[in-house]
Design a protein around this ligand. Structure first.
Ligand code: 5IU
Length: 239
């Protein structure tokens, strides 16, 4: 992942919250050159079929990006194994990364690992969330995520969090809630700038959704803008 980010000079992930196969493929093709990671919510696609996965994988190869299905698993180990590997979406078979809440305890990581590790997948733990009133934004809960990540560092690739949580291991930190123009939405979302997230809080990847394809926006122009802002903020941290 880090090599790909360096090669493309991008730490931008686009959160593709669109609801049809055509919209998802069009968006991935448009923003593909500027992103390191495409974040999907595959269960909101109304006309999902296996051909969508074939085409998505072709675009990932064409533009050199990885795929992160933002599934937010939250059940016991035995159940998430089936949700991750089987069902309609067969997430483990095409998504490089997925994520989970640790509310059910360590078993959720053990279950996902049984399916994902043999396929070379990586898990992200939801250590914090962007809305201010999220119950995940509790120091004890966040610290428990770090403990479990260190214990399962052979499968856990990093965190979804507002900031870097530990230097104890080479974990990736990915941060949603990013906006250059607005500070939030009507349902609790909060936006911060790439500078705050990457330069000041040492995260690695910014996740941007509506800032790129919201009403009236040109996704190519906005993706270029967020890529540039993200990469400059990352370089500023190094200097
Ligand atoms: N997302 C958040 N906040 C979080 C987590 C995930 O916004 O704490 I965890 C997701 C939801 C959406 C994307 O898919 O990131 C952000 O989209 P917008 O940039 O359109 O708000």
């Amino acid at each position: 992942m880090l090599l790909l980010m360096e090669a493309k000079q991008s730490n931008l992930s686009v959160a593709a919250d669109v609801t049809t196969k055509k919209e998802l493929l069009d968006l991935a093709d448009q923003v593909g050159p500027y992103i390191c990671l495409l974040k999907t919510h595959i269960d909101i696609i109304v006309d999902f079929d296996q051909d969508l996965i074939v085409q998505l994988q072709a675009l990932a190869k064409k533009h050199q990006f990885m795929i992160f299905e933002d599934r937010k698993f939250a059940d016991i180990g035995n159940t998430v194994k089936m949700q991750y590997g089987a069902g309609v979406h067969r997430i483990a078979h095409w998504s490089h990364f997925t994520n989970c809440h640790i509310v059910p305890g360590e078993g959720i990581i053990q279950g996902l690992k049984q399916v994902g590790q043999p396929l070379g997948r990586g898990l992200l733990l939801l250590a914090e969330m962007s809305p201010a009133d999220s119950l995940a934004n509790n120091p004890t809960y966040t610290a428990k995520n770090v403990d479990l990540a260190l214990k399962h560092s052979d499968f856990v690739a990093g965190f979804i969090a507002s900031r870097r949580l530990t230097d104890d291991h080479d974990f990736l930190t990915m941060t949603p809630g990013v906006g250059l123009d607005v500070t939030g939405d009507s349902m609790g979302q909060r936006y911060r700038s790439p500078k705050q997230i990457l330069t000041e809080n040492y995260s690695d990847i910014i996740i941007v959704g509506r800032g790129i394809y919201g009403t009236g926006k040109d996704p190519v122009h906005e993706a270029q803008r967020y890529q540039r802002a993200g990469w400059e903020a990352y370089l500023a941290r190094l200097s």
